[in-house]
Design a protein around this ligand. Structure first.
Ligand code: EPU
Length: 433
């Protein structure tokens, strides 16, 4: 297994390029099941989650071609009706196969995905939404069994205790575009990734109004056609590099950072005293070298609020800023697995209910740490960039699910970051040994 070794304390410089958005790509790949014609998808990040999704589509009967590292063509002339547990358990996002499978095949059996380290992730809203489209929904032996033979448009409310649901909105959208009649989704998620999915569906011939709002109207059509589509940039990857600039007091330029998708995050960085310049619609230059940072309170919320997917990385930065910061997680109240690991590096953070209380300003020192999920891995690497000595991040397969070449991109900015085999790690540091 690979590990990442970071030797902290280096300033970064230069330009980094952001890839396509993972969380747009996964539902977009599953949307290819909605047509028998080829769909070409560009600006696809080279990530293990994308490769998982491609494997799943292939196992479901689609022809999947990788035309170059970032371009895929998917032709779903036939689609199986069962997505088994051995496929779905590898990646939660495969729940968004339900909508397209039942819309296209009129029946589907999709395994329930199981647990997740970031906390409970129910799919009750997905199932409620499908049943509002008159889809039969049963849970049996770990599978959701869907009967779409009598589906018709309906009114679906997707608000839950923690706001709307991103993949749930994607699922209902994908089901509704091929369902006869008019569907209205209220309290729809309005994340840029949902907007991107809508744009792809429209380019395939779907009729959708209210894109980007909480009220989406869909008029079902009989069939969709092929398309050629380029995925939007990843706002979470972009935000992570802006934080890398801030945490290392560096001047770096992030190309592919679209400020219009990052308003709450940028507003918070600005409140914290970070100097940055919006160079153009897709470029931000961060001037960590000119910034005098102060503590801030952060509350994660569904878009356009502060994204939960940047919470862990932001905690790493706040741990270094002298003073008290409180980070409250409203989307996944238990998503704090990075906190004990940051503590091992010297951060003073305690958890009080859904909040992390950060007494910032203590210097961090390198340590062997364990990645528990994708964003936690990124947070530990950011902390390692600012820590003295060596940080060894283990279980970095989590990182590869969502950051393309994170180690190489940081190294190209001048960071001392290397991906090594765990056999190269000092034995007394490894917990895998
Ligand atoms: N929820 C319910 N019932 C449901 C669905 C969701 O109660 O039926 C709750 C969840 O438990 C959570 C909240 O609603 O408390 C939001 O969950 P949502 O369904 O929006 O999350 P998701 O669609 O499963 C996507 C991203 C996550 C990201 C969240 C929130 C993808 C593939 N995943 O998950 O990304 O954190 O939205 O923005 O799009 C990541 O990239 O690291 C990641 C975890």
């Amino acid at each position: 297994m690979d590990v990442v070794r970071i030797r902290g304390g280096r300033r970064l410089a230069g330009t980094v390029e952001i890839g396509g958005a993972k969380n747009a790509c996964l539902p977009i790949f599953s949307a290819c099941l909605l047509t028998a014609e080829p769909v070409t998808i560009r600006n696809v990040p080279d990530l293990s989650d994308v490769r998982f999704m491609a494997d799943i589509l292939e196992r479901l009967g689609a022809t999947v071609e990788r035309l170059d590292p970032h371009t895929w063509r998917i032709t779903a002339a036939q689609v199986a009706t069962r997505a088994p547990y051995d496929l779905v358990r590898k990646m939660r996002a495969s729940v968004c196969l339900m909508g397209p499978m039942v819309a296209r095949m009129k029946r589907a059996e999709v395994s329930l995905p199981g647990g997740c380290v970031i906390g409970p992730r129910p799919i009750d809203l997905h199932l409620k939404g499908l049943s509002k489209l008159n889809c039969g929904v049963e849970i049996e032996a770990g599978y959701v069994k869907l009967d779409g033979s009598r589906m018709r448009g309906g009114e679906v409310f997707l608000g839950g205790r923690h706001g709307s649901t991103v993949t749930g909105t994607a699922n209902i959208l994908m089901a509704a575009v091929l369902t006869p009649g008019r569907t209205r989704i209220d309290s729809a998620a309005c994340e840029p990734e949902v907007v991107d999915l809508c744009r792809l569906l429209i380019s395939m011939g779907a009729k959708i109004e209210g894109v980007g709002s909480h009220a989406i109207h869909i008029e079902g059509v009989e069939a969709l056609h092929g398309a050629d589509y380029s995925v939007l940039h990843d706002r979470i990857e972009a935000g992570t590099y802006l934080l890398a600039g801030a945490i290392t007091h560096s001047d770096i330029t992030v190309k592919g950072a679209q400020a219009e998708h990052m308003a709450a995050f940028l507003d918070k960085l600005s409140e914290a005293g970070l100097v940055f310049e919006i160079v153009d619609a897709a470029t931000i230059r961060v001037r960590g070298d000119q910034s005098d940072l102060r503590p801030v309170d952060v509350i994660t919320l569904p878009h356009p609020g502060f994204p939960t997917d940047l919470q862990a990385q932001t905690c790493a930065l706040l741990a270094l800023i002298p003073g008290l910061s409180i980070v409250t997680e409203r989307v996944y109240p238990n998503r704090f697995m990075h906190v004990p690991e940051l503590g091992r590096m010297g951060a003073d953070i305690s958890i009080e209910g859904p909040s992390a209380v950060i007494k910032g300003g203590r210097p961090l020192s390198g340590a062997p740490v364990m990645a528990s999920d994708l964003r936690a891995s990124a947070a530990l690497i950011l902390a390692g960039l600012a820590a003295s000595g060596e940080t060894w991040v283990q279980r970095i397969y989590h990182l590869d699910r969502g950051y393309e070449k994170f180690d190489e991109k940081l190294a190209s900015l001048g960071a001392d970051v290397a991906r090594l085999s765990d056999t190269e790690m000092p034995k007394d540091l490894s917990v895998e040994a």
